[in-house]
Design a protein around this ligand. Structure first.
Ligand SMILES: [Zn+2]
Length: 480
């Protein structure tokens, strides 16, 4: 077990590794190579940026290149030997466009299920999730997310419920399964004062030996020889951009990379290995909202978590690392501009100038909307948007948003009529980042993997193929 001083030293080594990479030297994952038992992984690290269209990954890459002098950890992997890449088909049993429950279940049990279901077949049959097999093998398990810890994506590896809405039950199932590390939001599904049935799961977890935590300081001091339940928000963890803008939130709530490092610190003390799922959940939420500041900074925060996983995996050949998303969402993308003028005849700027405005964003559009209502005036709207984005909207742009706040329809594509989407569309003039819609897409998505068992990744894969990749690598369960 690491004591606090050891942990601090480990943290320092980690930040040294990170600063090395900031200067352009990506961590080098070692490919699996000829042990007596080829392809056998001791550990699994599964990283998912929820709702990440390829455009989102590209925007983060371009931003990092222009403002930080390096690329993303994710795309940096593609230059490394031994890293496999595939395109993944994410369709579900009920739709060309999956939701997170069906997508994570496909990974988690090897079957495509209907949207909304978690590890349940269409005929109601429960299907055994990955972490049951992992537990049987004697390994430790962990879930880390910026959504509620009981949300669909983490639940897909560990829970069995007919509907993803059964989060209070999922909270109980995690305890029954004995998951070793749970870090995220969602205190409302554990706290008796916030649960509809009044059950005190915080007490139940404590009785079972869990270290129950609600802030960053407790996480950093948590003993690695006990299981962890870290709940850092009643609902979702705040958006990274808003978390960083608020000193109290910054101090109390850990970011995804911090949670990831902590989880790996605890899980890696387990003598027979571990499996962990780490989710950047709110990339999806920001995409639904056409919120470019939210989206960019959620994806950057996710990429830091990828970096933390690479720090752990560097120099080891016993850990299968998978980096992917469960589906695209809203297809954001930097559009080439020129000749894009406002109603005053002023140019919004060329493509690069527009894109670089992303570096000036201070708060999410969700923060903007929280300060506006149906009575907001044009000056109030202008001031609020400027405080969040440093962008000065014209009077007619403010008036468009004012009318959207009063539910006056104005858009040809109906999903664009809401006030929040209207704001996202107005800002697209200034950032040149446009959006194709407001929902999940059927697009093929990126999948990267390295380490033992990753040899099976390549070409065009179905999402449920990953279950077999993981179970074969870990030597658990039965092939589907
Ligand atoms: Zn979604």
């Amino acid at each position: 077990m690491l004591n606090r001083r050891d942990f601090l030293r480990t943290g320092l080594a980690g930040s040294l590794l990170l600063s090395t990479r900031l200067r352009g030297a990506p961590a080098t994952p070692r490919p699996a190579h000829g042990a007596s038992d080829p392809g056998q992984a001791r550990n699994l690290i599964f990283l998912v940026s929820d709702g990440m269209s390829l455009g989102t990954l590209t925007l983060a890459e371009r931003h990092l290149q222009r403002w930080h002098g390096r690329g993303s950890h994710w795309l940096g992997l593609y230059a490394q030997p031994g890293v496999r890449r595939a395109l993944m088909d994410t369709s579900s049993a009920s739709s060309l466009v999956t939701d997170s429950a069906a997508a994570s279940s496909a990974w988690g049990c090897g079957h495509k299920v209907r949207n909304g279901a978690i590890n349940h077949a269409a005929d109601g049959r429960p299907l055994t999730p990955l972490f049951h097999h992992v537990r049987e093998s004697g390994r430790a398990t962990g879930l880390v997310t910026t959504a509620t810890i009981t949300h669909a994506t983490p639940a897909g590896f560990a829970a069995q419920v007919k509907s993803r809405t059964e989060e209070p039950l999922i909270a109980r199932q995690y305890l029954d399964l004995g998951i070793n590390v749970l870090l995220g939001g969602g205190r409302k599904f554990f706290d008796p004062a916030l649960r509809a049935d009044g059950a005190d799961l915080l007490a139940d977890y404590t009785r079972a030996g869990y270290q129950v935590m609600t802030d960053q300081a407790a996480l950093e001091a948590a003993p690695a020889d006990r299981p962890w339940l870290g709940l850092f928000a009643d609902g979702y963890i705040p958006y990274e951009l808003d978390r960083r803008a608020d000193a109290a939130l910054r101090d109390r709530v850990p970011d995804l990379a911090t949670m990831t490092r902590a989880a790996l610190r605890a899980l890696s003390t387990h003598p027979t290995g571990f499996a962990v799922q780490i989710e950047g959940a709110r990339v999806d939420h920001a995409a639904h909202a056409n919120d470019i500041g939210g989206l960019l900074h959620e994806q950057l925060a996710f990429d830091e978590a990828v970096g933390a996983a690479l720090e752990f995996a560097a120099g080891r050949d016993d850990t299968l690392v998978i980096v992917t998303t469960d589906h695209g969402n809203s297809n954001p993308g930097l559009n080439g501009t020129g000749g894009n003028f406002n109603t005053l005849g002023e140019s919004y700027g060329d493509t690069a100038a527009c894109f670089d405005r992303l570096a000036d964003l201070r708060q999410t559009n969700t923060w903007v909307m929280a300060g506006l209502n149906t009575d907001s005036t044009v000056p109030q709207i202008r001031d609020r948007v400027h405080a969040a984005t440093t962008i000065a909207l014209t009077a007619d742009e403010c008036d468009l948003l004012r009318r959207a706040l009063r539910s006056e329809p104005h858009a040809a594509y109906r999903v664009r009529n809401s006030a929040q989407i209207t704001l996202g569309q107005i800002l697209a003039n200034y950032t040149s980042v446009g959006w194709a819609g407001t929902a999940h897409t059927t697009d093929l998505v990126e999948l990267a993997a390295f380490g033992p068992g990753s040899e099976a990744v390549g070409g065009l894969m179905q999402n449920n193929d990953l279950f077999g990749v993981m179970t074969r690598a870990l030597g658990v369960g039965v092939a589907v």
